[in-house]
Ligand binder design. Sequence first.
Ligand code: 2IT
Length: 445
Amino acid sequence: MYRLDDFMQDIEKRNPAQPEFIQAVREVVESVIDTVNDNPRYIRNRILERITEPDRVISFKVEWEDDDGNIRVNRGYRVQFNNALGPYKGGLRFHASVTEGTMKFLGFEQTFKNALTTLPMGGGKGGSDFSPKGRSDGEILRFCRSFMTELYKYIGPDTDVPAGDIGVGGREIGFLYGQYKRIVTENTGVLTGKGFGWGGSRIRPEATGFGTMYFADNMLHENGEEMNGKRIAISGFGNVAWGAVMKATQLGAKVVTISGPDGYIYDENGINTPEKWAYMLQLRASNNDVVKPYASRFNAEFVPEKKPWEVPVDLAFPCAIQNELGAEDAECLINNGVKYVVETSNMGCTAEAIERFKRNHVLFAPGKAANAGGVAVSGLEMSQNAMHYFWPAEEVDAKLREIMKSIHTECVTHGREDGGYIDYVKGANIAGFRKVADAMCDQGF
Ligand code: 2IT
């Protein structure tokens, strides 16, 4: 018989100075502890202890030369968390905030997310504390080469398949893949998010943003509503926000905000034209990490140093980084009448924020369900690479839609409460956990 507080005390002792990892574990264990206590097979197999410990944490030195000829040193990571369901799979993050603890939280989350996609993928995550901000293309190329010169030893198309995440997009995947091929002389799909001309899947760039909107669309329908005419706040301005803004517009909603570390954009007309979407990509490619220039370009408002959660909207989509939406932000959204919060960044909301949404019966979808479209299409990229073939965009998009719908159904099945409220956090955690736990039991220790 497990008790949450006792179990978490052990986790805290074993993982000192890793608050994000502890936060992620607590959220999952809180959801699944009754399921575990009711299942003698899970108890006998010590699943809780085993599923919260990564298979391995690889950490390595990355040396590279900047444009002024200075030698720089960063730290690279790959956390291979769990491969019960398939090869380790998960993105690479290049961001100043990257630590072993953030990599572990992301790898842990990824394990359950990947299980929810129904595709055969284990969970992993990697990256570096290298910040692309202000770096030239040449510097990024040299960093990526050096990073892959070490990483290639640990990955492979049936072992571990990295992809992009914050700070790692098409450009970086290209540089990384080029170096991998140079070393191993193999054209395997060892990374996903590749260019369409060299093994990438259609819809992969859009997949996380499209997927979160498909998921939200399912939430609305479940609740007898539709996307058409809704007002939406989105944070972030990178690849995920870009896909989300486009799909929201196509579904008839109006997105009025995007944001960066410098503040947020309020565009009352809606971020709703191909020019505005293309400009988001330009902002990202510039490596400046700011959104302010959007305001003068499109005659919108720029609110410095603030988050977009003070704008009255029907739906909110945090699409930037972990813990970007806290208790005060949640209260502001609730007071302004928000009805749905769809976490699209990994662990974008603090535990306190989620608690407030639940208490106020705001429907809240966790990242591991809502943002699973990205890795789902990565899984489809792996399938296409294995077949040495490709599917047209319509086919990939249809599969993505179907996968998001099935994740939503799983959340409803395992998360519906007696009064009818759907606890998507609980639903996603139980559904993902059971799949991984059953596979671990089947495979022994
Ligand atoms: O958080 C995520 O799911 C990703 N960054 C995508 C991972 C992937 O392997 O496509």
